[in-house]
Design a protein around this ligand. Structure first.
Ligand code: CA
Ligand code: CA
Length: 244
């Protein structure tokens, strides 16, 4: 936890540096950026995502044949300390959802840490996955911070590893965009040695709604129909390679 908090402090100092950037400071900024990994700050500003180098981010757009509308795009990238997610909703879809004040925009981050798809949950994606983080993005009609419960699939049940409040995930949004950070150290401390997040891992996101007490699927991403006879529009998980 101490290391995690120290990293957050570093992230804050990085922001201060980037706001005062000039040509003389380019070298210093470069060093700071290397120390910071990908330099994404969870602040509801998405310029940091736009500044990422090509090839760093794995992404998926809502497939034209998917039965869903609300979520348009997800992106994911990772450095040695954190995994980052970006989510883009359709503006009018999001406004409609948030107009229901009970709507929390719950999501599940679905994660396979090692590319062994022989274990885990086999629904909603074409690849089995062992872990989920589940929490809401909204409260009282607007985006809020993200928190969630962390579960592992064991014996056909979701086994709670860390309850919400663990600080393993953070999130912030504005407009119709949202960003999430997941701290690898806290994730890896909670799982067995053979299930730690590897340099290459796989992930997807399930979106659903329980506004007004009625549960409904909003989207699964990725959702491209990649296999003949798969009528659900469910796709393979995104393959993410850690930037070093
Ligand atoms: Ca940001
Ligand atoms: Ca696995």
């Amino acid at each position: 936890m101490k290391k995690f908090l120290a990293l957050l402090a570093m992230a804050s100092s990085f922001l201060a540096v980037s706001c005062n950037k000039n040509n003389d400071e380019d070298d210093d900024d470069q060093k700071q950026e290397e120390a910071q990994g990908l330099g994404i700050k969870i602040d509801g500003n998405f310029d940091d995502w736009a500044a990422l180098k090509p090839g760093v981010v794995a992404s998926a757009k809502n497939d034209a044949n998917s039965p869903w509308e609300a979520v348009k795009e997800i992106r994911c990238c990772a450095d040695k300390d954190f995994v980052y997610y970006y989510i883009k909703y359709g503006k009018s879809d999001l406004d409609d959802l948030l107009s229901e004040t009970a709507e929390e925009l719950p999501i599940r981050l679905c994660i396979d840490t090692n590319g062994d798809f022989s274990t885990g949950y086999t629904s909603y994606f074409l690849d089995a996955y062992d872990f989920i983080v589940e929490g809401g993005l909204a409260s009282n009609g607007s985006f809020t911070a993200y928190d969630g419960n962390f579960y592992q699939r064991v014996d056909d049940k979701w086994n709670l590893l860390l309850a919400e409040g663990s600080n393993m995930v953070l999130g912030a949004g504005s407009g119709n965009e949202y960003e999430i950070l997941l701290a690898r150290e806290l994730f890896n401390n909670a799982v067995s040695s053979d299930q730690k997040i590897g340099d290459v891992f796989y992930t997807g996101i399930r979106f659903y709604t329980d506004g007004g007490g009625t549960w409904a699927e909003l989207s699964n991403m990725p959702n491209a129909s990649v296999e003949e006879g798969d009528g659900n529009g469910w796709g393979h998980l995104l393959k993410v390679t850690t930037s070093k």
